[in-house]
Design a protein around this ligand. Structure first.
Ligand code: SAM
Length: 304
């Protein structure tokens, strides 16, 4: 099993929840006590010195900022949903990426946040309330983030409820082999350390990941699907993309290039690996994988 070296120091990243606070005010407030840098790739992401403890900071407690790593923050940004879109977050709890989507959509549109695990649904509801993404319900009569306790595989793509869904974020359960212990969404059994990434477990995870990705690509109006894992294993990353790609292409999708300026791309084991994005557990302090499928409709550029 891959062990992340214990001496690796990573900045304390925080994502400003622009539903509640603008970036300049956050920089100003945090800057009173800490050195704060703006991330050069993700507009709402701030970097503070490694080890900065913000757990009890008022801006964290009131949902104005979220402690979310850089790679994790790349996922919703790569999907790039527009205000007013209908979007599904397929495997949503605890909801860090759901509320990032909500902020990117500026409170307009609809996000269906689907989660299978009952206890984690509660955390998801808490996150959306904290972020101010659920309260739009009262203001606009329409649930902006609708939390659904359901198996994503049971959502019927032909159901008229989903006929206008234009983007899907799929961040399924994975081995978690690329993350360190302070990841916010680290509470899944499958993320826990110590049980080893034995091959049969990885094969099971990959089978679900592949099924869920095929399901996401089968929604009729979907134009963008982002797939992400916090795993370093090829079997959960490039191999999933490789096995799904021919079907995706037959549906009219192609691989787009999220963050073309990012140097680390996919392992060269699949055609188009240069479109895939990897972060390195040592160099970038966490190992993530992102793939973006787009179907061209002329509404948006191919990458963020
Ligand atoms: N995207 C989340 C975030 O950034 O906060 C983290 C998601 S976590 C990696 C994967 C989640 O998928 C878990 O909460 C797990 O319970 C859920 N899940 C697993 N299988 C699912 C399924 N078939 N349908 C819906 N959710 C599922």
């Amino acid at each position: 099993q891959y062990q992340i070296p214990s001496d690796v120091k990573k900045p304390r990243y925080v994502r400003v929840n622009t539903l509640k606070l603008d970036v300049e005010t956050a920089v100003c407030e945090l800057g009173k006590e800490h050195e704060v840098l703006k991330d050069d790739m993700i507009p709402d992401l701030l970097a503070l010195p490694p080890g900065t403890d913000l757990h009890n900071h008022p801006l964290v407690l009131d949902g104005s900022i979220f402690m979310q790593g850089k790679a994790s923050s790349m996922v919703a940004a790569a999907l790039g949903p527009k205000s007013g879109w209908e979007v599904i977050d397929a495997c949503a709890a605890p909801g860090n990426k759901t509320v990032h989507l909500a902020a990117l959509m500026k409170g307009e549109g609809k996000i269906t946040a689907c989660e299978l695990n009952k206890d984690r649904v509660k955390r998801l509801e808490h996150t959306t309330k904290l972020a101010g993404a659920a309260s739009i319900l009262i203001i606009a009569f329409a649930s902006y983030v609708e939390v659904l306790h359901e198996d994503f595989l049971n959502l019927n793509p032909e159901d008229h409820l989903y006929s206008k869904v234009r983007a899907i974020l799929l961040d399924p359960s994975c081995s978690g082999s690329g993350t360190t212990a302070d990841r916010l969404d680290h509470l899944l059994p499958s993320h826990s350390s110590g049980d080893g990434d034995d091959v049969s477990r990885l094969i099971k995870l990959a089978a679900f990941q592949e099924k869920a990705l095929i399901h996401a690509l089968s929604f009729p109006a979907v134009e963008r699907v982002v797939y992400s894992t916090c795993s370093v294993h090829q079997i959960e990353n490039e191999d999933v993309i490789k096995s799904v790609l021919p079907l995706a292409e037959s549906y009219g999708f192609q691989l787009a290039t999220p963050f073309p300026q990012w140097p680390r791309r996919g392992l060269p084991v699949v055609e188009g690996s240069q479109h895939l994005l990897r972060t390195d557990p040592v160099e970038d302090k966490e190992g993530f994988f992102i793939a973006l499928f787009t179907r061209s409709t002329g509404h948006f550029p191919a990458s963020p």
